[in-house]
Design a protein around this ligand. Structure first.
Ligand code: SAH
Ligand code: SF4
Ligand code: F3S
Length: 474
């Protein structure tokens, strides 16, 4: 795409609707679980309900409506939501008019159980049904249950301006795709979130620009597989409408990066099968696109990857790592790992360890396999690795990963990094916390600086997760 078209695209007509706010005096308490996309959705929900007169509160005791935005990815995630719902139900005994709603991925999966068998909630809304929430609340107020779990092929909430619920005012999530078409055999997301669809690039740029104009310094573009973002391009690569420009992920990144060199851009999640060199070249071209890539590998063994239906082999993954290291020298890479997937042998597990050793990830989310209803793996394969072995393998993966993280962090001692100050440190009021381009968290004394400023920090100490240092003049 030429820069001419990018400019036209950025300046095109795209306005975001902040919901008009006429207070009813009613309060909404929202609690979110799961991935960043769920947290971003909660901000869309807050915006939609603001339009219906609900202000948000952080104090559940003053809520008229409690919504819990849920995750189904592993059994444990669902269990913690159930515990919370039981606590809310107890609260309802002393406040009978309280409305309790389940949103998100569990809504899709378990609406019947919640409403009929356990009678835990009044309202259930799936990820594509949030525009219907004011109406569903009215149904509940009228004495009925409110239910909408229809999945959509085109809902992206594109023109809704989310109400920012995070406190810092510096870093925000911006959704660019919804749903997922990949059908990894272990994963429940395609069932809970439906088909993949991309959001209009104009609305993505407009939202990012609005954030920047309101003092935000970082946006993270979100999707289950951001690399497959495409606007006006069919899956086969054909242009769908000759009258409007096409946009792929690399081009979208460039459009957002051009808003201002002062606005940092991150994105998540990349899928190794779709991670192309053009995206890496765009990252190399713009200093404000952070040199950090989350590239979940899941397993280091090609046969397991095939059974997982991931669409790439160990060799393909390592080739992508090589491309990153060549085009973006020094960039950090993080990953997700699953241990004990169906039929995983000791040798195959060893290949995961050797891959971790080879790539040297700066960070990893690590899990043992949790079978999910309806998925391909549940229907086709035996969940035959015992819990004990799954956990032992997970412990080995964690141990190796933490050792490598510490090695990586130790090498940063003595270096100076540009850090965006994001918040006061959780551990001490006298310290700030921020991140460098590589997504390392650094804490340092506040001095006279302010949240939202860029400072240079010299690293002096480290742990597995955090670097510690002090501000130095450039
Ligand atoms: N779209 C992202 C992942 C989203 S889910 C991707 O494709 O990489 C986040 C992570 O949860 C996955 O990467 C995987 O490591 C983990 N996960 C998903 N389903 C799981 C399951 N059934 N058991 C254990 N971990 C799982
Ligand atoms: Fe799940 Fe795979 Fe889609 Fe990620 S890419 S959300 S793991 S199906
Ligand atoms: Fe969980 Fe749904 Fe995200 S299952 S990980 S909240 S897409």
């Amino acid at each position: 795409m030429s820069s001419q078209i990018i400019n036209e695209t950025i300046q095109g007509e795209a306005t975001l609707l902040s919901a008009p706010f006429e207070s009813t005096g009613k309060m909404l308490y929202l609690e979110s679980y799961g991935c960043a996309m769920n947290f971003a959705d909660s901000e869309v929900v807050a915006s939609i309900l603001q339009g219906a007169g609900y202000a948000t509160t952080r104090n559940e005791a003053e809520a008229d409506v409690i919504m819990i935005n849920t995750c189904s990815i592993r059994d444990r995630a669902e269990q913690s939501v159930r515990t919370r719902l039981r606590a809310f139900k107890t609260r309802k005994k002393s406040q009978p008019e309280l409305i309790i709603g389940v949103l998100g991925c569990m809504a899709e999966r378990l609406k019947k159980t919640f409403l009929e068998e356990e009678k835990l909630v009044d309202l259930v809304a799936g990820p594509d049904a949030y525009r219907d929430l004011p109406n569903l609340i009215k149904q509940v107020e009228g004495g009925q249950k409110g239910v909408n779990v229809l999945l959509s092929r085109d809902e992206t909430y594109a023109e809704i301006s989310p109400v920012r619920l995070a406190k810092d005012g510096i870093s925000a999530f911006v959704s660019i795709t919804r749903g997922c078409d990949n059908m990894c055999s272990f994963c429940v997301v395609p069932f809970t979130r439906g088909r993949e669809r991309s959001r209009n690039p104009l609305s993505i740029v407009a939202e990012s620009r609005e954030l920047f104009e309101n003092g935000y310094k970082e946006v993270t573009l979100l999707g289950q597989n951001v690399n497959s973002y495409r606007w006006n391009i069919s899956k086969k690569g054909e242009i769908q409408d000759e009258t409007i420009p096409t946009t792929n992920f690399g081009e979208l990144l460039e459009m957002v990066a051009k808003i201002s060199p002062e606005l940092r851009i991150r994105y998540s999640t990349s899928h190794p099968k779709d991670m192309t060199d053009d995206v890496l070249h765009t990252m190399a071209k713009y200093k404000n696109i952070c040199d950090y890539i989350h590239l979940p590998v899941q397993s280091g063994n090609s046969d397991i990857l095939k059974k997982m239906n991931r669409g790439y082999s160990r060799e393909w993954y390592l080739d992508r790592i090589k491309a990153i290291n060549t085009i973006l020298p020094g960039a950090t890479i993080s990953t997700d790992i699953i241990t004990g997937f169906c039929g995983e042998t000791e040798e195959q597990h060893q290949e995961t360890l050797s891959l971790i050793e080879h790539v040297k990830f700066s960070f990893a989310f690590m899990y043992f396999y949790s079978e999910r209803p309806k998925t391909l793996a549940e229907r086709k394969y035996q969940d035959d690795v015992s819990l004990e072995i799954k956990k032992r393998r997970l412990a080995e993966v964690i141990e190796l990963q933490h050792k490598q993280q510490l090695d990586y962090n130790s090498k940063t001692i003595g270096r100076v990094y540009e850090v965006l100050i994001e918040r006061v440190s959780k551990k001490s009021d006298e310290m700030f916390s921020g991140r460098n381009t590589y997504n390392s968290t650094i804490v340092f004394p506040r001095e006279d600086y302010r949240i939202g400023e860029y400072v240079n920090v010299l690293v002096e100490e480290c742990t597995t997760l955090t670097l510690k240092g002090r501000i130095v003049k450039a």
